[in-house]
Design a protein around this ligand. Structure first.
Ligand code: SF4
Length: 450
């Protein structure tokens, strides 16, 4: 049972209320390449994607949404489109008159400059400046019936929010509340909100705090759920389940996106399974287990490498929905290890943070991620980010120990933590340079022969 969100109509789709969870994804083509973006959108819709987001990084990309929309109509595709805006208020205003929904990030919509001496007055001044940008946009959205997603990302919180609340789940919720209050001031309610992070507990807590804060201020906006930069393969799918499913099990969440560093079409089957959690034993097991660990109802899980298996019976008890006897099921142990790794409770291997790529990506991120994983997976305890662009990548690579970021023209920038160490390294040499950096820090181990 959903927990009472209002309905928000986005084109022919309704998000929220008691409606089924809406599945969405995002293209990773160049938005100026109309044919490629239309083709990918069609493939997404054929898989069951109900809403498609497209990057609108600048005015020319925002304007081209019009051509994309027209071409889709010619193909009889009536899927609602969402423009993804980061820094450019003008691109937001143009997009809002073309597509059914726009996504703005409160973290980078107004202030980007770091001021170490913020005062309460500075904070108020910046908020007022934000209103100067937001109010004209709201007028356009009202005129065209466009919905807005206030999309907070843990990796790109505004400096004013970091100044006031630190880099915390509370800061994420406050970042959304700031904008929600502005929209409410203008009596605009066609809003969906998201709190995304690559760290599952941060994403989970931010959503819980936001729901609580909204309810206290009589707001019931639908929530868009997702674990961002989850990476690829089975581990990214399990990480996404660990973040999204515990919230869905509590009636929180109205639309979801599973972000994978793979073809966007690959996101849809797993997203559908998560949305249908009650019908899928494996998803239910992972989601319920993650929920119990996040809420502290259980403290640990047995894994194949645990000597003491006596805890198994107790741990089986809450999962009566799953009829499989876990002590005979190797898959359960595999799931347990992945759940613990996803929640940051144990480290069995290196953790990879990788963005799903988008129209801003300037290199083949799927190949880059495969190469980095192949070289570094055995480095238990390290967190390595592989990101698609140098504009948002460095900010959004969470607290990774190392960053491998596409810099354009077949080159890569390498980071140690937040610090840029090598820029524009030829892609053919970038893995060796990354290994060299890890060796310099004494963090390298040779892979075992097994
Ligand atoms: S970090 Fe990745 S997903 Fe984010 S804007 Fe850059 S390329 Fe796109």
């Amino acid at each position: 049972m959903k927990n009472g969100s209002i309905e928000v109509k986005v084109g022919n789709i309704i998000i929220g209320g008691n409606n089924p969870v809406v599945i969405q994804s995002m293209t990773n083509t160049d938005t100026l390449d109309t044919a490629a973006t239309v083709e990918q959108t069609v493939r997404l819709v054929e898989q069951g994607c109900q809403m498609v987001r497209i990057t609108a990084a600048d005015i020319s990309q925002a304007e081209n949404l019009y051509n994309i929309k027209n071409e889709l109509i010619k193909c009889n595709i009536n899927v609602p489109l969402v423009a993804d805006i980061h820094f450019n208020p003008k691109a937001a205003e143009i997009s809002a008159s073309v597509v059914e929904k726009i996504r703005i990030n409160p973290g980078n919509y107004v202030d980007r400059k770091w001021n170490p001496d913020y005062t309460e007055k500075d904070y108020e001044d910046i908020l007022n400046k934000a209103k100067d940008n937001i109010f004209p946009l709201i007028d356009i959205c009202k005129k065209h019936g466009t919905a807005v997603r206030i999309g907070v990302n843990h990796g790109s919180l505004s400096e004013r929010i970091l100044f006031k609340y630190g880099n915390t789940p509370l800061a994420m919720a406050e970042s959304a509340m700031e904008f929600l209050r502005m929209f409410n001031e203008m009596d605009f309610h066609k809003i969906v909100v998201s709190m995304k992070a690559s760290d599952v507990p941060v994403m989970y807590r931010a959503n819980k705090i936001l729901v609580d804060k909204m309810q206290k201020e009589n707001m019931y906006y639908p929530l868009h759920l997702g674990v961002t930069e989850a990476g690829n393969g089975q581990e990214a799918r399990i990480k996404s389940i660990c973040g999204i499913a515990p919230l869905l099990l509590q009636g929180i969440g109205d639309t979801i996106r599973v972000s994978l560093t793979e073809k966007p079409e690959n996101e849809i089957p797993i997203a559908k399974q998560i949305a249908d959690i009650e019908k899928n034993n494996d998803i239910y097991y992972i989601g319920k287990t993650a929920l119990d660990l996040l809420e502290g109802t259980i403290k640990t899980l047995p894994t194949e490498d645990d000597e003491n298996m006596t805890a198994l019976k107790k741990i089986n008890t809450p999962f009566e929905k799953n009829k499989t006897p876990f002590h005979e099921n190797k898959t359960a142990f595999y799931f347990n290890r992945e759940i613990l790794q996803s929640l940051g409770l144990k480290r069995y291997k290196a953790e990879f943070v990788a963005c799903p790529s988008c129209g801003r990506t300037k290199y083949d991120i799927e190949t880059a991620l495969a190469k980095v994983k192949s070289a570094c997976s055995h480095l238990k305890g390290l967190k390595i980010a592989v990101m698609g662009c140098i504009v948002n990548g460095p900010g959004e690579m969470a607290d990774a120990d190392y960053g491998y970021i596409g810099a354009g023209n077949n080159t890569v920038n390498l980071y140690r933590g937040k610090n840029l160490i090598l820029s524009h390294v030829d892609e053919t040499k970038a893995i060796d340079e990354l290994i060299g950096l890890i060796k310099q820090d004494g963090n390298w181990e040779e892979p075992s022969a097994n």
